[in-house]
Design a protein around this ligand. Structure first.
Ligand SMILES: [Zn+2]
Ligand SMILES: [Zn+2]
Length: 133
């Protein structure tokens, strides 16, 4: 991962778009039921500091709290899942699929594999955590 490499991203319809100055972490895949339900499969996300994102079209963003400790940001027009935020932290998870390539990111691990769907296997040899990392 090249943390000093600025990345841009957007939702599918383009009403929400953003530039990120610095990525803090490579991509982690979350197999929990909330991520699976929201995305139709699973979440693949990098992480950033709140202050490293320049967001435009914020009025098109909607947040949904699936649990007491986190909220999920998505475009209210096209439904693209963009962000996941643990409440009372200063970082934000950003969905890797929303970023323009090349991201220079790599997938590093899987979390909440205990809750993964039964219709696929994880075969990439990366570390798997039954709960969070
Ligand atoms: Zn959109
Ligand atoms: Zn999850």
């Amino acid at each position: 991962m090249k943390a000093d490499h600025p990345v841009s991203g957007s939702c599918l319809c383009g009403k929400v778009n953003f530039k990120i100055a610095e990525l803090l972490r490579d991509v982690v895949m979350c197999h929990c039921q909330q991520c699976r339900k929201q995305t139709g499969h699973l979440v693949a996300a990098t992480r950033i500091h709140d202050n490293s994102i320049e967001l435009s079209g914020e009025e098109h963003l909607t947040w949904y709290c699936a649990s007491d400790d986190a909220t999920r940001g998505f475009c209210k027009h096209c439904g693209s899942v963009l962000f996941w935020k643990r409440i009372n932290t200063d970082t934000l998870a950003v969905m890797a699929g929303s970023l323009e390539t090349p991201t220079e990111l790599k997938t590093i691990s899987h979390i909440f594999t205990k809750f993964k769907g039964d219709y696929y296997e994880i075969t990439d040899g990366l570390p798997q955590h039954t709960m969070s990392d």
